[in-house]
Design a protein around this ligand. Structure first.
Ligand code: COI
Length: 340
């Protein structure tokens, strides 16, 4: 893969253009070896590697930002590491020490720092992942694993306000299942319903509970937030909802600013009633790849509601404050940034 100045690819969203290096560590005999930095290249796996068949695969999505002064910093390594280990534990995979996780990321970003584009909105997307690597036909918990970190330059996934559909047929996660884990299977299972919604002209679905399709959970690739009667409302975390790092960061910023927030159960009926009455004034998604993405239209069964996106929206206040920290324009009061 030849090196490419990010100017040429600044127009891309989550791109297919990897940077020049990758970090890799093996797990065998019950322990993680140290991370090694290598040129980005295909990896060798046996066709019978367990992860390829039984989906013991867990990943994270993170970003590094270029400060206005040229420094490069990674956002919330510890919080992502905490979630990574929760996902690994749910999939019977060995947790990874913070030192390995941090080394893999820092080594990659340090080596490829020229690939970190300047803002606004652009970033270097970082994808740590673990895959089961034991060669075995029968199903079992793998004894061997690969941890890798790859990355590439990035612009937000959604460039314009989204049109979303409340999902009333398919389910993403069930109570007691893997919904809270960032495991590959969750994303595979979401593909058909998302594709069907996209064929009907929607960008994404909003998932509802698997049993009755009555309770709002999250949107594809992002957590979801609403402004209802002036309060920022988001579904409370359960085992069917991903504990989003952007979700947590936006809520922290809202608290810092003294904005009212409520983490609670939201039913589809209450949301529809609030939309009809004009009490729901904003909807937006929050996620690493999505960033803070306005939702301009929500379809619920046979009704479709338009939500005008205004520059005065609370969503932009939250986004601007978050970006100010990420691009080094405001003090990092919560210790979120690791300058490389
Ligand atoms: C992220 O936001 O980083 C994600 O992992 C979502 C992804 C599937 C694009």
């Amino acid at each position: 893969m030849s090196s490419q100045p990010f100017d040429d690819i600044a127009q891309l969203t989550l791109s297919n253009v990897p940077s020049e290096h990758m970090s890799i560590a093996q797990h065998s005999d019950g322990r993680w070896e140290d991370c090694v930095l290598k040129p980005y290249a295909p990896i060798e796996m046996q066709p019978l590697a367990l992860g390829l068949h039984y989906a013991q695969i867990v990943f994270e999505g993170m970003k590094a930002y270029r400060y206005d002064n040229g420094d490069v910093a990674v956002f919330r390594i510890e919080k992502h590491h905490e979630r990574f280990n929760k996902s690994l534990a749910r999939m019977c995979m060995p947790e990874i020490p913070l030192s390995h996780f941090r080394d893999g990321i820092v080594d990659l970003v340090r080596a490829d720092r020229s690939w970190v584009p300047p803002g606004p909105d652009s970033a270097f997307y970082i994808r740590p992942f673990v895959i089961a690597n034991e060669e075995r036909m029968g199903i079992k918990v793998s004894d061997d694993y690969l941890f890798m970190v790859v990355g590439g330059p990035f612009r937000p996934l959604y460039a314009r306000p989204l049109r979303v559909r409340m999902e009333r047929v398919f389910a993403r996660a069930v109570a007691g299942g893997t919904g809270f884990a960032k495991c590959a299977g969750n994303y595979a299972a979401a593909m058909l319903p998302t594709q069907l919604a996209q064929q009907d002209g929607f960008d994404q679905v909003i998932w509802t509970d698997a049993k009755e399709h009555r309770v709002v959970e999250e949107s594809g690739t992002m957590n979801v937030m609403f402004v209802i009667d002036g309060v920022i409302v988001t579904p409370a975390l359960t085992d069917t909802i991903l504990d989003g790092v952007t979700r947590d960061s936006v809520l922290t910023i809202a608290r810092d600013l003294g904005l009212p927030i409520s983490e609670r159960m939201i039913t589809v009926d209450d949301l529809a009633e609030g939309l009809r009455a004009g009490r729901v004034t904003e909807a937006f998604g929050v996620g690493t790849a999505a960033a803070v993405a306005p939702i301009g239209r929500i379809a619920i069964d046979t009704e479709e509601f338009a939500l005008p996106v205004l520059p005065t929206d609370t969503m932009f206040t939250l986004k601007n404050h978050l970006n100010a920290i990420r691009y080094g324009q405001a003090p990092d009061v919560h210790g979120w940034m690791t300058v490389i």
